[in-house]
Ligand binder design. Structure first.
Ligand code: ZN
Length: 200
């Protein structure tokens, strides 16, 4: 997910970004729509080893390189239920996340690193309870509110192949950026899906 302030840049802002990122050469690259991987329902992470931790570190670096605040594995071409986020210098790596309880739906304009230039008003709960596993395989359970809740739900959508352009305000709205539209019924099913898909 984009930083809410990332679209307010000016020329000075862009120069700063170029200087700041001079030394960073990402090994991963950002997948953009309409790459089909962004419509995948991802598989649970089952192995928490150094390769996973390296992947999470690289995703965090790539996300920061693009000035994002959240990134999901399909956005780097991988069908794993893994997300990373960093808000105000607090990094978070979470695998197999689930949203348990949610309250207080609010509107908010969201952007997405995989859909450059697209902004959509998305109605999501303001408060959620989240469970998942960190990069060491430790189970985590916590409450999230505000921007954290927003980012975690946006990234969870990615793990189910749902994108912000699927949150149309009206049935007749068409998103010209989204040639790979899914049937409405399938999108609604995926939006409400927070459980990992067990393979056993
Ligand atoms: Zn996104």
């Amino acid at each position: 997910m984009n930083s809410p302030t990332s679209n307010a840049g000016n020329h000075t802002h862009l120069v700063d970004e170029a200087l700041e990122n001079q030394s960073f050469i990402p090994r991963l690259s950002l997948v953009l729509y309409p790459d089909q991987v962004l419509r995948s329902v991802c598989q649970p992470v089952e192995t928490f080893d150094s390769a996973l931790r390296d992947l999470a570190d690289e995703m965090l670096s790539l996300m920061q390189h693009h000035r994002g605040i959240g990134l999901a594995a399909p956005q780097v071409g991988l069908r794993h239920r893994l997300i990373v986020s960093r808000i105000q210098d607090h990094p978070l790596v979470l695998a197999n996340l689930e949203v348990k309880d949610s309250t207080e739906p609010r509107d908010f304009i969201e952007g997405c690193l995989s859909l450059p230039g697209v902004q959509v008003n998305v109605r999501r709960p303001e408060r959620i309870r989240v469970t998942g596993y960190d990069q060491h395989g430790q189970r985590r359970s916590f409450g999230a509110v505000g921007l954290w809740a927003r980012v975690l739900q946006h990234e969870l959508d990615h793990l189910n192949g749902v994108l912000i352009c699927d949150y149309k305000q009206h049935e007749t709205d068409q998103c010209q950026h989204c040639p790979l539209e899914l049937p409405t019924k399938l999108i609604e099913q995926r939006k409400h899906r927070s459980r990992p898909n067990p393979r056993r």
